[in-house]
Design a protein. Structure first.
Length: 348
């Protein structure tokens, strides 16, 4: 029996809707599975203390385009949870995966208010990063892991002392997954100073012209007169650009906004300036080979604010479509420093 044109269109519409539903279901199931992380990891007890205001002694919450949502200070029973240097937010900000600067994965769940304010961190566990042969990175002196990013092709981690980018499968369901391999890098990157090498790593969103590539940024330069060396690393090779360095800030992490703009976290930590934090935003269209980027300052803070040695940045969107920035500090496993977990909403 031949169907009338109108009925055929209705049938096609129903089939299309069914396919979209199934795709959504599969995506949701994959996403839910991705949150079952480090099932064979070691559990750790973590206590938290509320950070109610960002500027010490003041109740203001608006800092330019950023609104401070709240923060936590983390107190862990195991020093392996210290040294947190890279971070990604998962499941709408309900979970996280971090990497430490001595070669450990760390994951946990975040109890949060409807606006994204962190209330508590629970179910924390850790596992060692493993090489392709199953040996720990500590055993091969490649464990100075500083940044973490997730792309469609897997999980990527930088190692500063080796100036390497490690590729891991996703999800890390057990924490025992082996490294897939290392990303091929040019000699210029391999030759960066060991104490000022690859510190920041970010994967562009799927709607970006840079999709499928990685943005890697060196931590520092000899002086403010020399720019931060930055790279676009892709399967077809590496292209270079630079970021203006000023006021003795070093780059510590980077993450992309949903629209393709890049946010760079910078830190000062020296006897002259004491402690400092800065966030700069670079428009998507400006990230080109050969470009020198200046950027827009989103936030700048010093010792009068609730910061420490800020090293990790992640960005996610919540159920309302709001853009949330999460900042995390590296306490260097020292009793004199803190692990602070801060959240801001970007109000464009």
């Amino acid at each position: 029996m031949t169907q009338a044109p109108g009925k055929r269109r209705n049938i096609r519409g129903c089939l299309a809707a069914a396919v979209m539903f199934l795709c959504t279901l599969v995506t949701w199931q994959d996403h839910a599975l991705a949150q079952q992380l480090l099932s064979q990891g070691e559990p750790v007890k973590v206590r938290t203390k509320d950070i109610e205001t960002f500027r010490i002694g003041h109740q203001d919450t608006e800092f330019g385009k950023l609104t401070f949502l709240g923060g936590l200070e983390l107190l862990a029973s195991d020093r392996k949870i210290g040294g947190l240097s890279g971070l990604i937010s998962l499941d709408g900000g309900d979970r996280f995966l971090a990497v430490t600067d001595n070669g450990h994965w760390v994951t946990g769940s975040i109890e949060q208010a409807p606006d994204g304010r962190p209330l508590d961190i629970k179910d924390v566990s850790y596992a060692q990063l493993l090489g392709h042969d199953g040996k720990t990175l500590t055993a091969r002196w490649g464990h100075d892991t500083e940044a973490l990013t997730l792309s469609e092709t897997g999980l990527y981690v930088t190692a500063e002392t080796r100036n390497a980018i490690y590729h891991y499968p996703w999800p890390l369901a057990t924490g025992k997954e082996h490294m897939i391999g290392e990303v091929a890098l040019v000699d210029e990157i391999r030759g960066l100073p060991r104490n000022a090498g690859l510190e920041s790593l970010a994967a562009p969103p799927a709607n970006s012209p840079l999709a499928g590539k990685l943005i890697a940024i060196a931590e520092s330069s000899p002086s403010d007169f020399q720019d931060l060396k930055s790279y676009i690393v892709g399967p077809d090779g590496t292209e270079r650009f630079s970021i203006n360095r000023e006021d003795r800030f070093d780059a510590t992490d980077a993450a992309f906004l949903p629209n393709g703009d890049l946010v760079l976290m910078e830190r000062r930590f020296n006897l002259r300036d004491l402690i400092g934090l800065r966030l700069r935003r670079f428009e998507a269209a400006s990230i080109l080979p050969g470009a020198k980027l200046e950027g827009e300052i989103l936030l700048e803070a010093d010792y009068g604010y609730q910061i420490d040695n800020m090293e990790a940045l992640s960005i996610h969107q919540n159920d309302k479509g709001e853009t949330i920035l999460t900042l995390l500090s590296d306490n260097n496993r020292s009793l004199l420093q803190r692990t602070v977990f801060l959240r801001f909403r970007l109000d464009d």
